[in-house]
Design a protein around this ligand. Structure first.
Ligand SMILES: N[C@@H](CCC(=O)N[C@@H](CS)C(=O)NCC(=O)O)C(=O)O
Length: 326
């Protein structure tokens, strides 16, 4: 793990952890918003007007947070409007890098070797961790925003002059309900797999494990009665849950010791995962090779041999039967 302090890279930093063995996620620091006319958004400064070709997304195919942004870029048909660079799946002592790897692109803007070089280009005194996704403004040469939850909101509506404006994953009438379910899913599930996997005491591990599976049991119940998290309409909330479910059986069950049961053992959650995976374009945002390589290789403290498991064998194209619920 690495950390930037006042623009300098420190390689020997261990992930934030409190005395009780809990993993603590750092807050994202670039919080400006792209808006249709460049007016300021809910946080940060203005000056970031939506324009085709102006913004560039840095992602890892491995990362569930980055995956959300790729999904929204796909759903909103923004691929010709917002360009992308994909990092190498192995995160080493200097953080994310742009070495060659199948489906990694290199840094197509600057030809940098490391992601941290973009952070110091944006802010020469940057202090904090260097994360993907990051939305880059080619005009101001800075990071607009590195918080996936906010990047997907921008993609959902800011670029509608060029995007598919018939797709709205955060409709006004459902916003309150979406925010509520997002909150119920984020801590125990999206972040919960990390809190379970990176716990450094038995107690912290078991507490987070129990919280995670209690939340999955509730989601299983909910999805036994309705097709999507908020009923019959697919929303942002579903796309925030999906990247975690997709990584669960190939990675979190083994690598993060989330092994009470697999998603494949939950009939409703599994069929729901299949349905979302089979939606047009979604499989194309997914690279299981990057996912498995990243986790099993990069977290050497969890997997010192760096051996990447060959399994599981999964068929995500089998029938999901979710249509019966509508
Ligand atoms: N809050 C951020 C979290 C992003 C994040 O944690 N990304 C991970 C990859 S999955 C990362 O880049 N980690 C770099 C590091 O830990 O050094 C978001 O949702 O955008």
């Amino acid at each position: 793990m690495s950390l930037m302090i006042n623009g300098q890279l420190h390689e020997d930093w261990l992930d934030a952890e409190t005395e009780d063995g809990e993993f603590v996620r750092q807050d994202s620091q670039f919080r400006h918003w792209v808006t249709p006319d460049g007016s300021p958004g809910p946080s940060g400064e203005g000056g970031f007007a939506a324009e085709p070709g102006r913004y560039h997304l840095y992602v890892s195919y491995a990362c569930p947070w980055a995956h959300r942004t790729l999904i929204f870029r796909k759903l909103k048909k923004l691929e010709d409007i917002i360009s992308v660079s994909v990092v190498h799946p192995h995160m080493g002592p200097k953080g994310w890098d742009f070495r060659d790897y199948p489906d990694a692109t290199g840094d197509t803007l600057y030809g940098y070797d490391y992601m941290h070089q973009l952070y110091t280009r944006a802010d020469p005194h940057y202090s904090g961790i260097v994360t993907v996704p990051a939305l880059w403004d080619k005009q101001h040469e800075t990071i607009v925003n590195n918080e996936s939850a906010e990047i997907i909101r921008m993609f959902n509506s800011a670029f509608d002059a060029w995007a598919d404006d018939s797709v709205d994953m955060y409709p006004a009438a459902l916003r309150e309900a979406i925010d509520e379910i997002n909150e119920a899913v984020y801590e125990p599930v999206n972040n919960g797999v990390y809190r379970t996997g990176f716990a450094s005491t038995q107690e912290a591990y078991e507490k987070n494990f129990d919280t995670l599976f209690a939340a999955l049991d509730e989601l299983e119940q909910r999805l036994s009665k309705q097709r999507y998290l908020l009923g019959s309409q697919l929303t942002e909330a579903d796309w925030r849950l999906f990247p975690t479910l997709l990584r669960f059986d190939p990675v979190y069950v083994g690598h993060f010791k989330c092994n009470k049961q697999r998603i494949a053992d939950y009939p409703n959650l599994f069929n729901y995962l299949l349905e979302l995976y089979q939606m047009p374009g979604i499989a194309d945002t997914t690279r299981f090779e990057h996912i498995k390589q990243h986790y099993y290789y990069s977290h050497v403290e969890l997997n010192p041999t760096r051996i990447v498991p060959k399994g599981p064998v999964q068929d995500l194209l089998q029938p999901h039967n979710r249509g019966e619920l509508t």
